[in-house]
Design a binder for this molecule. Structure first.
Ligand code: LLP
Length: 430
């Protein structure tokens, strides 16, 4: 990793070195690790605000709403920062809806996406009065229409179309091409839209897409938006004139190593002119862009090992705490909390979980770290804690928010007993 990339990553994350000690928004990360223990996720409110404002400003020429994809980070502290900025919430489950409401998002700023929604989730959404619900199938429409009729409540719906555009990203997180489970295929949108129009409780308000995640190229957005606008024109030509909103999903990529992130201005230049003439409002559902660079995972070194010609550093955070490296071979930069200027050599940074695939980084230049030294894993604010599990009966990490020089634990580390609370070992146990 070149110094200039590291400098850029530090700027993205609100990190700086002061006499070798790593600080986040002025707070020494060692002090947080000392008090809260490790592994711990630490988020910067200032970075989240900076990201939100940059996107919000770039989109200023069109009426728009930025609905944060709660799946990326559902910490109440993070959600509260975004709610206070005026963001909406993009959710994919009843659980995320409950969280968004608990964090104080008004129901009408909530967008319910998601490839499959149960009746219970549809009932909860209609009862709460969520602002928009994106349909994925005729079966879902039938259930929603019945529920809205029974409850006597109106509902604004959208259709998530699959624009069949190819986006360059990891195949597990590309969602806009044909032959995958997401969205309604283009040729099935018109019949579904007609079916919506038959239900007086429902109004077709939105046409939506989401084409993938960690996208760095603007072309698929431009292409997808053009296709959706064509589709809306077709709907209008056939007498369906209720569509007011174009939702272009999330997907904006961030810098994990040397990438050039997709700048809000670049996205706006491509999309805003297309949308301006249409009279539509724009909705975006970014997750990673808003919070990815805003989080680090603090971890402590447990031991070192030399085996089969390789050097390993075993740390106290594993794949159950941060799954991205082992699941996607994702790259996360790792830096010392206290830099001591020692010589470096290639090491694998691995966790304590009993899986060979449990690693945070492979072949990284790091010094001969000793037990008790601490590291920060960068770019861990999105799809970090939310994907954590209790595998190996490991409590999930604590979460901390840093804001304006203050910091607090937004979520304590799980207590061991809570991991089996509610279990019944035998048929007769209470
Ligand atoms: N909207 C919808 C309908 C989505 O499915 C997603 C992400 C987003 C918005 C937000 O995408 P973003 O702006 O964060 O790229 N676990 C993977 C990422 C999975 C993304 C799934 N959908 C990872 O760690 O990279």
């Amino acid at each position: 990793m070149g110094e200039s990339v590291l400098t850029a990553l530090f700027a993205d994350a609100g990190l700086e070195r002061c006499d070798g000690a790593l600080r986040l928004d002025g707070v020494p990360l060692d002090a947080i690790a000392e008090a809260a223990g490790t592994p711990t996720y630490v988020y910067s409110a200032a970075v989240i605000r900076r990201q939100f404002r940059a996107l919000d400003d770039a989109l200023a020429p069109v009426p728009h709403r930025i609905a944060f994809a709660v799946k990326a980070n559902s910490s109440l502290g993070v959600l509260r920062v975004l709610r206070d900025l005026g963001a909406g919430a993009d959710i994919v489950s009843g659980g995320e809806m409950a969280r968004a409401l608990a964090a104080g998002f008004p129901a009408d700023r909530i967008v319910f996406s998601g490839v499959g929604k149960s009746d219970a989730e549809l009932v909860a959404a209609v009862e709460a009065g969520v602002g928009h619900l994106h349909l994925e199938s005729p079966a879902e429409l039938a259930s929603l229409a019945r529920i809205a009729r029974e409850l006597g409540r109106p509902m604004r719906v959208g259709i998530r179309a699959n624009p069949d555009v190819t986006a360059e990203t990891h195949p597990y997180i590309a969602t806009g091409a044909g032959g995958i489970k997401f969205g309604v295929p283009f040729d099935q949108v018109l019949p579904l839209a007609r079916a919506v129009a038959e239900h007086p409780q429902l109004t077709l308000d939105t046409i939506a897409m989401h084409i993938g995640s960690q996208l760095l190229d603007v072309a698929p957005y431009r292409e997808g938006v053009a296709r959706l606008l064509d589709l809306i024109a077709t709907l209008r030509a056939t007498g369906i004139a209720t569509v007011r909103t174009l939702d272009i999903g999330g997907g904006l990529g961030i810098r994990y190593r040397g990438e050039t992130p997709l700048a809000p201005a670049t996205l706006a230049e491509a999309v805003v002119p297309l949308v301006l003439g249409s009279g539509l409002a724009l909705v975006l559902e970014p997750g990673r862009y808003l919070v990815g660079s805003a989080g680090v995972l603090l971890t402590e070194v447990l031991s070192r090992k030399h085996s089969g010609g390789k050097d390993f550093v075993i740390v106290d955070a594993g794949m159950n705490d941060l799954e991205r490296p082992s699941r996607y071979k994702a790259y996360h930069e790792i830096v010392e909390l206290q830099r001591r200027g020692r010589a470096v050599g290639a090491v694998d940074v691995v966790g304590p979980v009993c899986e060979t695939g449990d690693f945070l980084a492979l072949d990284r230049p790091l010094p001969a770290l000793e037990r008790g030294e601490r590291l920060a894993v960068l770019g861990a604010g999105a799809y970090g804690f939310v994907m954590a599990s209790n595998y190996n009966t490991r409590p999930r990490p604590a979460e901390v928010m840093v804001d304006g020089g203050r910091w607090w634990v937004t979520r304590p580390r799980e207590a061991l007993e809570s991991l089996w609370a509610g279990e019944r070992a035998t048929a007769d146990s209470d």
